[in-house]
Write a protein that binds this ligand. Structure first.
Ligand code: PEP
Ligand code: MG
Length: 584
């Protein structure tokens, strides 16, 4: 039966595909399609690992000391039973043979199916067997990890095309990911995956998970609350990333309508692509700088393809994530920064120093639940200043990369004069260390992010120390309005048009313009076409956003007259309800 779920629209477009439900704990499992001719081999690989685990459990039972508690024996019996359970065996075969999932994916897909059956059981004893099943599957997966797959994951995953839908129930259809939650590090893993779209139960519009989704340029909805419970493995799902709607088990009429919308979207993208080489100049001749936000050096080609004038924000923390706490050393960072510099072919690259904490934990397992308010805690520059040796390692890597092309260094979340002076002293020290080692380094412009209201209000102090400023509206809104940007329950209060937010943004831009210091916006506001005219009217001339948003923003720029917009923007700024004036 068709039903719809509502969440927050975070990445535009329509995706239609079969649901793949992934439990948060299983996100590290590889997801790729095998070739039809490899089905037999892949089933045999899972079977061999399962048999090996059965042997392992049998041995454990045989070697059990006589005085071992009888419960242990019973538990191993349950594990043996589950390992040989027909629903598990036949389900795994189904996902491999009928859907061409790789073995690990097939196992976790079937685990989800059976787990739900356990959840629905009345008997608490049987319900608790779910944990045993998870352990059993974990054992098989661990065994499979030790046995290389004869079927290597493809380097460039095959994307399923929408025409496949016409073929109905064949294996060759798109898949969409449904999960309770995805951390930014998980998202990075999915960046090169087979998924055509995704939905999560939790998350806000500018949560980092949503931000990475936008950079993947696939339709996504977050904050869809109980989606991961209501959607079943393999259900047909439409993700409307424009409206924030998820339609489950759509009727043929609804499918046809969304298929049409999807084709319209593709046509619109083709039309926008023609603007790639058009200079971003307004009707009244103002040249506008459109820059790209990237998460790693591999994003540079997308930035160039979209016609970016450089990188306005390289979120370096993504190099630090998902590494079980082992941080990248100087050479590894240097290599990544150099690749970004080379990838941008002489255009400037703004590298932001590491910004971890709050909704960007280094690792899922290191999620910061220990602190009451992680967003107000030891994150971003505070984290870096707490470990100066680690910070100087990053600074040296950035300074070295600057020898190979234009690099700007951007510091997140500063608020205090003391932090500013400490940061600048550490940059000097890092440079001195490179000199002492006789290692080449280059000049960098040093900038600060304005993302705490205190920084916006003390903009004069920032301008005394820095070469440029970049307004991080995602955090600026979060901290001005006291709204957790990752919490869907207060997402309706996250308002870029709140008069207080606009005042801080406007005053920062005006202060920079008055002194002739470069200023840009690198928060999500910069890539939101509904905000382009207002920001232009407030005097902004540099915008940094995901490559996928650049052409749509350029289209707004080409239609704008900044002189006329300036008068209107002042009226918006004075209004009690700025949103009411936005359509004018
Ligand atoms: C911001 O806060 O607006 C910003 C660009 O930084 P991040 O989203 O990475 O916190
Ligand atoms: Mg920020």
């Amino acid at each position: 039966m068709t039903f719809a779920l509502h969440g927050l629209a975070v990445a535009r477009g329509i995706a239609i595909g079969r649901a793949v439900l992934v439990a948060s704990s299983r996100l590290d499992v590889a997801h790729y399609f095998i070739e039809a001719g490899q089905v037999g081999e892949e089933i045999a690989r899972v079977r061999a690992s399962r048999n090996a685990v059965i042997e392992e459990v049998r041995r454990l039972r045989a070697d059990m000391p006589r005085d071992a508690p009888p419960e242990l024996d019973a538990l191993l019996d349950v594990h043996l039973m589950l390992l040989q359970d027909e629903t598990l065996v036949s389900g795994v075969k189904h996902w491999i043979a009928d859907r061409l999932y790789n073995g690990e994916w097939a196992l976790t897909a079937q685990l989800e199916v059976i787990s739900r059956q356990f959840d629905e059981m009345e008997d608490p004893y049987l319900r608790e067997r779910k944990a045993d099943l998870e352990q059993v599957v974990e054992r098989i997966l661990r065994h499979m990890r030790g046995v290389a797959s004869p079927v290597a994951p493809p380097t460039a995953p095959r994307r399923r095309t929408q025409q496949d839908l016409l073929l109905g129930d064949t294996v060759d259809v798109p898949v969409v990911l449904i999960a309770h939650d995805l951390s930014p590090a998980d998202m990075l893993q999915f960046k090169k995956s087979v998924f055509a779209g995704f939905v999560t139960d939790v998350g806000g519009k500018t949560s980092h998970t949503a931000i990475v989704a936008r950079s993947m340029d696939i339709p996504a909805v977050v904050g869809a609350r109980s989606a991961s419970h209501l959607v079943q493995q393999d259900d047909w799902v439409i993700i409307d990333g424009d409206a924030g709607v998820v339609i489950v088990d759509p009727s043929p009429i609804i499918l046809a309508e969304y298929g049409f919308k999807q084709r319209q979207g593709a046509l619109e993208r083709e039309r926008l692509a023609r603007l790639r080489h058009t200079p971003a100049v307004t009707l009244d001749g103002q040249k506008i700088e459109l820059l790209a936000n990237i998460e790693g050096p591999d994003d540079a080609p997308a930035a160039l393809k979209a016609g970016a004038a450089g990188v306005g924000l390289f979120r370096s923390e993504f190099l630090f994530m998902g590494r079980q706490g082992r941080l990248p050393d100087e050479d590894e960072q240097y290599d990544a920064y150099c690749r970004a510099v080379a990838g941008m072919q002489g255009l400037p690259v703004t590298i932001r120093t590491v910004d971890v904490g709050a909704d960007k934990p280094l690792d899922r397992s290191l999620r910061d639940d220990a602190h009451l308010n992680p967003a107000l805690g030891l994150r971003a520059i505070r984290w870096s200043l707490a470990d100066p040796a680690m910070f100087r390692t990053q600074l040296r890597a950035i300074l070295r990369a600057a020898a190979h092309g234009p690099v700007h260094l951007l510091v997140p979340m500063l608020a205090h004069g003391g932090e500013i002076r400490q940061t600048l002293a550490l940059i000097d020290q890092a440079r001195g260390e490179l000199d002492a080692r006789g290692v080449a380094h280059g000049p960098v412009q040093v900038g600060a992010m304005i993302e705490i209201p205190a920084a916006a209000l003390a903009v004069g102090m920032f301008l005394r120390y820095f070469d440029f400023l970049s307004i991080g509206t995602n955090d600026l809104i979060q901290y001005t309005l006291a709204i957790d940007r990752a919490d869907e329950s207060v997402a309706h209060l996250y308002d870029p048009l709140h008069p207080a937010v606009l005042r801080l943004v406007a005053d920062t831009i005006a202060a920079c313009n008055a002194q002739g210091k470069p200023v840009s916006v690198c928060g999500e506001m910069a890539g939101d076409t509904a905000m382009t005219r207002l920001l232009l009217g407030l005097g902004l001339r540099s915008f940094s956003m995901h490559p996928s948003q650049i052409l749509a923003v350029k289209q707004e720029v080409l239609r704008a007259d900044t002189q006329r917009l300036a008068t209107w923007a002042q009226a918006v700024l004075q209004a009690e309800d700025p949103a009411a004036l936005m359509a004018q």
